[in-house]
Design a protein around this ligand. Structure first.
Ligand SMILES: [Zn+2]
Length: 298
């Protein structure tokens, strides 16, 4: 209990998201150890999904057992409803992990991990989603879904997210930064400008994604301060000069499936950007194979 209280206290102090910088102070905010008592936190009752839900649909999942992005979750939920309507899909939003079973997943074309944090899925639920993706499903993971709170689920942490989140600036937390399009030829980046400016909470990672990921967009660190003055000299979050050294959006072809991770989206205002709306529409179409069914981008 003491550690839990410490974690809560530290989370409040951070006033950010999933900020687990590798110093002693913050390391105490690591996820609670996985053990038998975790069973009670997993959902066991299948959420009722209307038989009238459109087919196919988009499943938007926002369960949090670590940092909770109230604003970002609300923004992405609303945006996915609008996007689904535009693309002719239905939507189903839930925080109930029991939604992940073969029968339910067969009704969806796309799964959006909306600021999903912590150990929220049972091994059976995790396996259902993994099998669905590898058999050809499309997965889109947003912002907090790529924080460092998923070590309980190596398949997701390693194959969907890849590098490990190490922190974000906190002083100031939100900054304008220049984003570069790193893959203009990739279907997800079609029609996206060579560069644009956005205001967000900018994530840093411990390394670059492995070669089997495709880097889609990255940050020019010279346009914002990636040095988190709040936590002293261990909180230098620079990844390197040039946007290719600080990627924030990347994709992967995984088995027969496709995934895109975007670190953008701490707040609901991220979804007001026409450029980001276009990018998410491209990403939804690409992972769902509505476009590029023959494998462009893989
Ligand atoms: Zn955040």
């Amino acid at each position: 209990m003491k550690n839990v209280l410490k974690a809560i206290a530290i989370s409040v102090v951070l006033a950010g998201c999933g900020a687990q910088a590798p110093n002693t102070e913050v390391s105490e905010a690591q996820p609670i150890e996985n053990n038998a008592s975790q069973a009670s936190v997993y959902d066991t009752v299948n959420p009722p999904i209307s038989e009238h839900m459109k087919s196919p649909s988009i499943l938007v999942f926002s369960k949090t057992r670590e940092w909770r992005h109230e604003d970002g979750i609300a923004g992405a939920n609303l945006h996915m409803i609008k996007l689904a309507r535009k693309l002719g899909y239905g939507t189903f939003s839930t925080e109930n992990g029991a939604v992940f079973n073969d029968e339910n997943l067969a009704r969806f074309k796309l799964v959006v991990m909306n600021n999903f944090t912590g150990d929220g899925l049972s091994p059976t639920q995790e396996k259902a989603l993994q099998d669905w993706v590898e058999a050809g499903g499309g997965l889109l993971a947003l912002h907090g879904s790529g924080d460092a709170s998923h070590s309980d689920w190596p398949w997701y942490a390693d194959n969907v997210i890849g590098p490990t989140f190490i922190g974000h600036p906190a002083a100031p937390q939100f900054q304008d930064a220049r984003i570069e399009n790193l893959a203009p030829e990739h279907p997800v980046m079609a029609g996206i400008p060579a560069e644009w400016t956005a205001n967000d909470e900018w994530y840093s990672f411990d390394s670059l994604p492995m070669a089997d990921f495709t880097l889609l967009a990255g940050l020019d660190e010279s346009t914002y301060s990636p040095v988190n003055t709040k936590y002293g000299d261990v909180s230098d979050l620079r990844m390197g000069e040039g946007a290719q050294n600080h990627p924030i959006i990347w994709s992967r072809c995984l088995g027969e499936g496709r995934t895109v991770f975007s670190a953008i989206g701490h707040r609901e205002t991220a979804y007001d950007s026409v450029i980001y709306q276009k990018l998410l529409e491209n990403a939804a179409n690409w992972v769902a194979k509505t476009t590029d069914a023959e494998g462009a981008g893989c």
